[in-house]
Design a binder for this molecule. Structure first.
Ligand code: NAD
Length: 175
């Protein structure tokens, strides 16, 4: 069985990791879509697709499933987004998502969509982690070690702080 799971992974955290470990117990192969792949260097989307691919792939090094990590850019037409995803990925049998918007779009094209519990969503959340980075609060315990290393290598926290200052003046991003 081959599964599809998409996220922005801004950054990749233990909530994503829990879901993927659960999927790996049910499916031999997992396609991980790195969504909004065109975005980077904003408060909401600070990390590039390549940086997120590193975070995901390295964090899942020991997962017992064959992984395909594929960047997927957004398109401006939701009605054909599922076709866009399918054009970029190997065929898949089932979709895993907890995002209502993604679930709706796949359900409307008759895909089976499975959801899982939200794991400590108040802290395992990209926006919460980015806010902690901005405020110099602890965030490292919410993210796998491999993702911490990627963020440190690219000076990610300082990037986030700088683009957030820029975001405020140009009104490009919000908390
Ligand atoms: P995300 O990284 O916030 O979350 C990824 C998945 O993990 C989601 O299913 C989310 O519910 C789940 N998750 C997050 N925290 C969790 C936790 N603590 N416990 C359990 N599950 C948790 O990414 P996202 O924003 O949901 O990614 C969806 C992507 O799909 C975006 O890039 C979006 O732009 C893209 N998309 C694009 C279009 C289009 O281009 N028209 C349409 C639909 C979706």
């Amino acid at each position: 069985m081959r599964a599809f799971y998409i996220g922005r992974f801004q950054p990749y955290h233990f909530g994503h990791q829990e879901v993927l470990e659960e999927i790996a117990r049910e499916c031999e192969e997992i396609i991980i879509g790195v969504g909004s792949a065109q975005l980077s260097h904003t408060f909401s989307d600070p990390f590039t697709a390549g940086e997120r691919i590193l975070m995901v792939t390295r964090s899942l090094r020991d997962l017992d499933a064959l992984l395909y990590v594929i960047p997927i850019e957004d398109i401006r037409r939701n009605a054909v987004w599922v076709s866009h995803v399918m054009a970029m990925t190997p065929l898949f049998d089932v979709v895993y998502s907890n995002n209502p918007y993604v679930i709706r779009l796949f359900n409307e094209t008759r895909f089976e969509v499975k959801s899982s519990p939200l794991y400590q969503r108040e802290v395992y959340s990209g926006s919460e982690i980015r806010k902690r980075m901005l405020r110099n609060e602890p965030w490292q315990h919410l993210v796998p070690q491999a993702a911490i290393e990627v963020i440190e290598q690219i000076d990610g926290v300082n990037r986030l702080k700088e683009v957030s200052r820029e975001d405020k003046t140009s009104d490009l991003g919000t908390l």
